[in-house]
Design a protein around this ligand. Sequence first.
Ligand code: NAD
Ligand code: DAU
Length: 354
Amino acid sequence: MKILVTGGAGFIGSHYVRTLLNDGYDGYDGYDAPEADGGTPDAYAGADVTVLDKLTYAGNRENLPAAHPRLTFVRGDICDAALLDDLLPGHDAVVHFAAESHVDRSVASGAEFVRTNVLGTQTLLEACLRAGVQRFVHVSTDEVYGSIDEGSWTETWPLAPNSPYAASKASSDLVARAYWRTHGLNVSITRCSNNYGPYQHPEKLIPLFVTNLLEGESVPLYGEGANIREWLHVDDHCRAIHLVLNRGRAGEIYNVGGGNERTNRQITEQLLELTGSDWSSVRRVADRKGHDLRYSLDESKIRDELGYAPRIPFEQGIAETVAWYRDNPGWWKAVKSASATAPSQPARTQEPVA
Ligand code: NAD
Ligand code: DAU
């Protein structure tokens, strides 16, 4: 078997690839297969992996092994149809992570989000048809549903994305579904909540706050800090994706939640405690434009249909994550200094509140 992973040098894609190369999905550790499936072997165990990644500011070759007998790394753009036509033949499956992923950047400028997330996804799907790829998993997000004050979204909830990022992901979901409905491409879509874990770019809440606090710097909390997110360890997200790759049905969407709802104030409190800091390190700053208040997923479909269950309790996962950043300053200091010297920084939305 041969899998092409787009965006495999980013946060989640690289976790997925490292786990594949370490044979970490063998036997679906932690997954109770329905009896009729007789244990459900992993069809992709031992697969060769091609990573296609543009290495934008968010991609980092060092997130992957420098060399591995089953890994081929290709630096390239998912919008490049000619490159895809060279690369895709011979691959059995595509797992599509590549995207512009940061909401604040999309508020500053949405063009690259539409190009990569919408046009890039369509270019990739079209190339998969030409190459005869048999399976496609499109990795999407809970943000496509908008914001929900109470209750939880099921997969049939109407799409109401609020940020340019979320709108581009919702658009890509629709395009992906259309390639299933129109062309019969075997596409499944996953929609996950907020991930945390090692190797996350320090532009996102948890790694930004942890690394600032470890450096003795302050952290910018948007608005009242009352916004609620549902947190899931990246390893649990990747297990869900691999399960969907193996057993998800064509044309279907699977929410991947986790149930760990926290306000940003609660997350901040926990990170202050884990880094030995206090509230004097917190700067209240102006709110993100159009800031979604709350995300919450109903994930009974993936649990009931595929037997998925997350394995990493939040308290354990967050403590291990803070420890990882503490133990790996070389990784995040290099990423932060590259971002500081990058030519096009997004306009930030976090001016101090008067
Ligand atoms: P990330 O920003 O860390 O990584 C994105 C990767 O895609 C980078 O390696 C980047 O170089 C690559 N890339 C960007 N544009 C490309 C292009 N045109 N061609 C090829 N490669 C390109 O993102 P992430 O947090 O790892 O998210 C991965 C996917 O998961 C995204 O599709 C995102 O929407 C989705 N998702 C993320 C979260 C989360 O909490 N981070 C939650 C749910 C879903
Ligand atoms: O829900 C899934 C989504 O989660 C993914 O699709 C996105 O790719 C991913 O970036 C993430 O989006 P969020 O906008 O929720 O994540 P972020 O880490 O940017 O922000 C989390 C919350 O913290 C949000 O309410 C904004 C707030 N925040 C964020 C930053 C960066 C702050 O208060 N201060 C900050 O500096």
